[in-house]
Design a protein around this ligand. Sequence first.
Ligand SMILES: [Zn+2]
Ligand SMILES: [Zn+2]
Length: 490
Amino acid sequence: MPVSSEWKRARDEAREHAMELLESEGIQSLPVDPFGIAKSQQLTIQRIEFDSGNIAGSTDYTESGDFIISLSKAITYEGFLHFTLAHELGHCAIPNHLKYLFSDGMPHVSEMGDSSSSIYEYQANSFAGALLMPTDLCKEYLGRVHDQRGIGLRSIRMLSRKCKVSYTAAAIRYVDLIDEAAAIFVSKNGVVEYCYTSPLCSSWFGTGVNDLRRGNALPEGMLTHQIGKDQSAILQAKQPRGQNVSLPEWFGGTETEIYEECIGLGRYGKVLTILLPEKKAVRKSGWKTNSERNLLPLSESTVFVEALKEWSYTGDMEDYDEPVECCELCEKEELRYHFNIENTLNGNRLWVGSQCIDRFKISALDEYGCELDEKESKKKVSTDRSRLIREGEKRAVKKLLHDLQDLDDQFHISNFIKYYEERGAFTPKQLATIVWRVSENKLHGRGHGLKMTIRRQREKDQLLEMQGWRVDRLWPYMSSSQKKWCGENF
Ligand SMILES: [Zn+2]
Ligand SMILES: [Zn+2]
């Protein structure tokens, strides 16, 4: 979404005012504390309950000429509270906002989310972004982060933590701070809600990247589209996921090597995505360089492609329950599953991610120790991986049941466990009970791996007899075919 020149001017003006304020406050380090600024500017801040749950904050002006900023008590998240206050500080600091704020004689209110189409609100948001994430300080910080993590969502997360702002606020600011072509957008159900592009992104325009505007549907092949269609996938996509994207295929144009990286924004059902030039997306020392550096000293050949042929996947695997491990070949971080590869000439071993076995075409061994061909190897790795995932889920579900029993003497797990062992899933009634107990006992985020079965008529009947709101609660745990069945039978 290229910004019109009028809005661009307004944005730049807002940023200048933010910079002036930072300078006058003598702020030279991150994070910027908007409460400290408000105090030093002698502004009055109060926390109140607004009539509408959608209102985040407001600015009022007393007869004696003082500003009073009100922040909603409903905001509990620090990043959002900071941003809301910085937004209101923008209304106070940008001179011509005064007449906008009180144009209808009422104090101005700012709503939640990026839903505003007013240029004043856009300016106040730009001000807030520039105040909490000052250009010079953030560029210096990101320079260091990019050396470690490369460009992309991981760096955005670091920025959001450093500056104490939300993931999306950091992402919107990020595309202005990096010297690369990049676009970030937030979507829901495969439809774009908003999109911001970096100044260098102009080379992508004239292509369909222009279509990444509010209300437009995403191409189906996009990872964002696939994750965005499935609430449980969104909840599970807590780590960034990426794929190479063919820009001409989806958006037209000539630039071919683009990298799509996205992450689920949790219970709001939204997905945050960044598009980057493919080569820039990997860490400065890229996976190829890393892999060569790690593999060659353990191999007989000194030529990488030859050395790779000495290695095979042994079938040994490990599940760490959390994404805490690193691939010993490419050094990719945040792996939960490890797969063992062995050098058939010297017996050296490495623990790697399944992705590396695939991309380097490392052959797997069958049960007799014979090498499988490329296709069979790929299949074995993917079957093994699914098995690890399934077993991990089963462990997590059983652990959850035991924890519930410990917390709650009304809850007896023996029937649940028995059913789960036999069927690998729960009846609709059982699942509804578990989901309810999980929420009662505040075990949020622990429902991972819970599944329902409706193969038998008795189970189907249970679901059909259930009240709508209870069925809704089971929705995140249903498979796509179960959802389809519900769509046809309710
Ligand atoms: Zn506002
Ligand atoms: Zn790897």
